[in-house]
Every structure is written in structure tokens, then in C-alpha cells.
Design a protein around this ligand. Sequence first.
Ligand SMILES: [Zn+2]
Length: 433
Amino acid sequence: MKKITRRAFSLLLLAAFVIVGLTVYVLRYIDHGADWALYFNRLNSASSGELLDRNGVVLAAFSANENRYAEDALTRTANYHVTGDYWGRTGTGILSTYWNKMQGFSLLTGTTRSSAATTRLFIDAGLNNTAYAGLNGRNGCVMVVNYQTGELLCMVSTPSIDPADPNAEPPAGTYINRALSATFVPGSIFKLVTAAAAIENLPNLADRRFYCEGKTVIGGVEINCSGEHYTQTFEQALANSCNVAFAKIATLIGQDKLVEYVRNFGFLDTHMLGDIPTAAGTFPLEFVGDPELGWAGIGQSTDTINPYAMLRYVSAIANHGILVEPTMINDGKRPVKSRFLSTETADKLREMMAYNVSYAYEGDFRFTGLPLCAKTGTAELGGDLTSHAWFVGFLDDPDHPYAFVVLVENGGGGLTVASPIAERVLRHCMRME
Ligand SMILES: [Zn+2]
């Protein structure tokens, strides 16, 4: 008797497994059916198509007979995280994300489009090559967007790989697109966020002075500065990238208010670059008290930022407070615009970022001839880890309206390590029509 009950129970369990399995399969078919069908098509594609950069450079071409990439190895490697590959190994690549659309696959009939399809990008493959060369073997990312049109001209993530080289050994983390899919401690570039909140919430800001003697004690905790800046205006405090001043400013603003700005600027959200989702950043949301809030206000504490979210922010500042959402695929759609910051706040930040370049980097002839507005960041990671080097900003030039983000992971100082890459990329931009 006992044996029969056990057997009946086993059968019941088996039936339950079959039903659950079938349901999961059907749901997954609806969700991923096109991927499964087209996976085989990638090797034996029914349709044909091309992926082109803004100048018509072929980044990928597929047909029933062969799947190809760009002709030269540098273009293939520098543009790998834009293009992706036919195996879908990097999730954010166009070939991974848009493969079904490019094939025109129908889930019901199982057929693909018969005519050749062309997908055009706003990306400039040559500019990506310059950014890749600038990163010079170090891990990080570079992005450039036209802040008036939203055209994403440059997106490079390193380490990278040549997708056409069957023997290429991918270094650790190759398949992660650092520009879109990762977050990093921001360090001093975060002072641009704290500054926006200060401009709109601290009365008599123009009359205030911030005193720095190299360190300060907030709530019994010492916060160190990079130098002794003595008496400073608000503008000078940003140009000095003074930790003492900005930690103090963060405590004056208060945590709730600062969180509101971080949230409103989209730093805690996932964004969509077309169909590609980005990673959400972090900021202390639970009450932390003044010393920790001070650290959070200067981009340390538990702050992390996604480089793409930072690109949106500097792009909106550059465009007088209106954000034109970046787009990578040129499909003729109108750009999406929204009010991101008030014109007054954006223009104050523009002015401060211009002042920052003339005041803090004075005598740095690297930037001669570039109408540059920018902020450096050197994000301390604690322990023996080398800091992240950041350089973010834009060109104040109607003929070259470009905003940029450069990050070198564990690279060192923002000015010494990240800014020369930005300079090289921006000089390339200045030569473009
Ligand atoms: Zn200072």
C-alpha cells in the first residue's frame, strides 16, 4: 500500500514537472523564439544586410553565404562593443540587440525578409579608432555625443577583441561594455551634481566663501583635500575641486535634497539607448549623517555612476538645460528632447566648467585652441587600488557641439591620464564636418 502511494505521488510529481516545463517552454518561445530560430540563421542566414557607420564604413555584412565584419583589425576591435558579433557574446552590440529587426523575422511564419537590409549608425568608426588608440591598452571607455542632435558619434569600451580573429583570447571583462553596462565610483565629476543642487538651494551663494586648509572635520570625521585652497568663492571651489568646500556644501544642502537631484538627473535609473538598456548607478538613500553625506557629495561614499548617465548630464548642461536623448541608429526618427535642468542652472554650470578649464588647467597647453568646458575626476577606491581617472565636459562651439565622457578604470589622475585621451578625441572631432 505504502509503495503504491509513493508511486502515485511520483507520477503526479512527474506530471507536474512536464506541465511546468511545457509552460516555461511556451513562454520562453514567445520571448526568445526569434533568437533560437535566428541563431541558426546567423550561420546560414536567409536574408542579407549591412551595418554601416555614419560615413558608410562597413562594420558588419551578412548573407546566406558569409558573415563579415569591418575590413581592418583596428576598426573591428575599436568598434567591437558597437557592432557586437554573430554569437551575441557582448550583450549591447547592434548584432545582438537588433538581429531580429535586421532580419525581419516573423515568429508565426518563421520566415525572414527577402530583400537586403541596411542599418546606418551615427557612430564614426574612425573616431572610435582614435579613442581606442587613446585608451592605449588600458581599461575604460570613451563616448562623444552631439548635444544638439543626440547623435552618438563615439562609443568605445576596453578591453576589446577582434571578433574576426578565431584565435583571439579575450582579456577578463572584454564582453562588458563599460560605457553602458557598468558603474564606477565617480569622484570629483560628481561635484557637478552637488553644484547644481547648491545653485538652486543655497541662498546668497555668490557671497559665500569656503575656507580650506587642506582638511576639515565634519561630525568627528576628517575629510582631506588635494591641497590648501584657503578662501574661495563657489566657482573657485569647483575649479580647485576642493573636497573641503564641497563636503561642506553637501551638508548644507542636506541628504534628502541631494538624493532628489541625483534621482531627477537619472543617475539611479536604467536608460535605453534605442533597445539597449544601461546600468543604474547608486547613491546613499538611507540616512547616513553628515560625515558620510560630505563624502557622498564629493563622489565617494557608496556613489557609483554609469558613464552613459554622465554623458546625458553633461550633454544637457551643454545644451542649456535641454537633453536630446542620445541615439546610435540613424532610422530617420526625430530626436527625443526634454527639459533636464533650468536654463539658468545649466548656464551657470557651463560658465563654471569654462572657468574651470581656464583657471585650474591654466598653463596646460594641451587644450590650446579647444573651446573646452570640463571637469576632472580622480575617484579614490581605498586600499591599494589605483583611482579611476575621469574627464567629462563639452566643446562650447556651435560648429562642433560635442559632449564627452572619458574614463580610465584604475588609471590614476583625471587630468594626467583621462584628459589627454579627451584632447586627442576632441581634436579629431574638430576636424570633422
Ligand atoms: Zn580644498
